[in-house]
Structure formats: structure tokens, C-alpha cells
Design a protein around this ligand. Structure first.
Ligand code: PLP
Length: 298
């Protein structure tokens, strides 16, 4: 990926009343070194992030992403982000996005290790880059395998320090799961709990179709609440379908009438093969879903 644009955010408190944040956003050379060697995000993955899809310069579902950033900050005991400031940073980055699809990434780190530097407070930055071409996954679909997440359905409540509902920078496990999926000749994975319930994909939410009802695993702390899934559910409801959040047994994956992995940049990828078994693909509905997801959404 070629970074097109980057800016460093000097975070202000959530209740800072200013409306002009220009002097807190410093545009930097995206190819030049910018982080301290004491940065805790790089040393420990101690921070949070969001990835926002951008279509023809329009950043999608910004409010939902900012709310999830605030939620992740709460779970990680990070200072509450000033959402107006982050919105200003997103708008500044969006100006740099060319026609077509891009991705804006927001990163909020715990900061620089104090022992070494004496510095305090979080560090934050925003990047923008063109998105990879996702058209094959959207139209031809993806092969998926289920992978044991190694945690049961009660883990999020029993052990909140696992930060399971936060979008943290510690994505090494998610990336390892994708590599395992590739080793098994699949494009992606769906995590299931050790007691046999569906969670999410390493970088996407799962939506199943059962008749005319669309189901996703309830985001009860163990998984992220996907902004794309929320948007797709609104669209499905507007189009006369019913939707629901359920505790989905892994066995339900095999009997689904259709299945998608949905996320902010790849959008809706229909699942064609699950653990080697073919799944029906509704091409027309998938195309309509992706057309909606590519339209400007706020
Ligand atoms: N679940 C995980 C673990 C993710 O990393 C992501 C996105 O990266 C999602 C779900 C989907 O979220 P969104 O639709 O907001 O991109």
C-alpha cells in the first residue's frame, strides 16, 4: 500500500469546546519516519484504531466509527477522544483521497514510554491510502474456514482485560488466523468459540441469511460491533427484510441460505465455500448490497 497522506493529531480533551482544530492537526510526509522509538503502540500494540472506507472522497459512516473509537478507548482506559477533533482529522484526510476507493485509518496510542522520555499523554495519527481492488471478492465470493478462537462464550464477561470488544492495535492473532486460512486454501476465516458459537472474522463481521431473515452474532462484548453490518441491517430493513442479533451456534453456518463477511473496505463478500462445503450465493442481492455500501453513507 502506498500511503498518500498522513497527519499527526495532538489530542485535545473530549470536552474541549473549540470548533477549529486546524492547529492540532499537523500534516507530515507519509514516507518519512514519524514515531518515537518509545512508542507503546509499536512496542506493545497498546492502542486502538479504526479503518474508514472512502468512496470518491466521501468517508463512510464516520459517526459510527468515531463512536466505536470512543468505546474502544473506554475499554482500554485511554483518554476519551474528542470526536469533533477526530471528525476534523477525517475530513482533512478525505480531501486528499482521489476518485475511487480509499481507506482512512485513525490510530490512538497510549503514547511514548515515560521511563525513557518523560513524555506524557497519548499519541495519535491519521493516514489515507488508496484501497486495493476488492471487486473479485465482492462478485466471485470467498472461501472461508472456521477457526477455534480458543475462548468460550463467557470469556468477554469473565475476563474484560482481554479487551475482546475493543478494536485494539494488537492484531497479531487476527493476522495469524488469516495466514492459517490461507494455508487451508481459504481466503478468510470465521472465529468460533471453544463451546461452539460464531464470533466474527479476523477483520469482518458475519451475516447469515435464514429464509428472509438476516442474522449476525450479538456483539455482547466478545466481538466488535461492525459499522458495515449495522449499515447493511438498516438497508435490509428498509427493503422489507427482517434482521436479528443471535447467539449463533457454529452448526448454523452449514445450513445458512447465504452468508457474507462484511467490513468497511472490502464491503460485502459472499461466502461460496465454508469448510469445504458449498454455500448458495445470491448474486443479485450481493450486488445490490455492495451498490448500497458504495453509495455515500453518513
Ligand atoms: N470484526 C473485526 C475483528 C474487525 O477487525 C472488523 C473490521 O476491521 C470488523 C469486525 C468489521 O467492522 P467494520 O464493518 O466497522 O469495518
Amino acid at each position: 500500500m502506498t500511503w498518500r497522506f498522513a497527519l499527526i493529531v495532538a489530542p485535545v480533551p473530549a470536552d474541549d469546546p473549540r470548533t477549529d482544530f486546524a492547529d492540532t492537526l499537523a500534516v507530515i510526509d507519509p514516507d518519512a519516519p514519524a514515531l518515537s522509538v518509545g512508542e507503546l503502540s509499536t512496542q506493545r500494540g497498546d492502542g486502538i484504531f479504526e479503518t474508514i472506507g472512502v468512496v470518491d472522497g466521501h468517508p463512510q459512516e464516520v459517526q459510527a466509527h468515531l463512536e466505536r473509537l470512543a468505546h474502544s478507548a473506554r475499554l482500554c482506559d485511554l483518554p476519551a477522544p474528542n470526536l469533533a477533533q477526530w471528525r476534523a482529522a477525517v475530513e482533512r484526510a478525505a480531501v486528499e483521497c482521489p476518485a475511487g476507493e480509499s481507506a482512512i485509518k485513525l490510530i490512538l496510542s497510549r503514547g511514548v514510554e515515560r521511563v525513557a522520555t518523560g513524555l506524557e499523554g497519548p499519541t495519535a495519527w491519521v493516514t489515507a491510502a488508496p484501497a486495493a481492488d476488492m471487486s473479485v471478492a465482492r462478485t466471485e465470493g470467498i472461501k472461508v474456514v472456521t477457526l477455534d478462537r480458543g475462548l468460550d462464550s463467557g470469556a468477554a464477561t469473565r475476563a474484560p482485560w482481554l479487551l475482546l470488544g475493543a478494536k485494539t492495535l494488537s492484531y497479531a492473532v487476527n493476522m495469524a488466523a488469516l495466514r492459517e486460512a490461507h494455508r487451508r486454501d481459504a481466503h478468510d476465516a470465521i472465529f468460533v468459540t471453544s463451546d461452539g458459537y460464531v464470533l466474527e472474522a479476523p477483520t469482518a463481521s458475519v451475516i447469515l441469511r435464514r429464509g428472509d431473515t438476516f442474522i449476525t452474532p450479538e456483539p455482547n462484548g466478545g466481538i466488535l460491533h461492525g459499522t458495515t453490518q449495522l449499515s447493511v441491517f438498516d438497508w435490509l430493513e428498509e427493503n422489507g427484510h427482517s434482521t436479528g442479533y443471535e447467539h449463533v451456534p457454529a452448526a448454523a453456518l452449514g445450513t445458512a441460505d447465504a452468508m457474507w463477511l462484511v467490513s468497511s473496505v472490502r464491503l460485502a463478500a459472499p461466502v461460496t465455500l465454508l469448510d469445504g462445503r458449498e454455500l448458495p450465493v445470491d448474486r443479485e442481492l450481493t450486488a445490490a448490497m455492495n451498490a448500497y455500501l458504495l453509495s455515500p453513507r453518513d
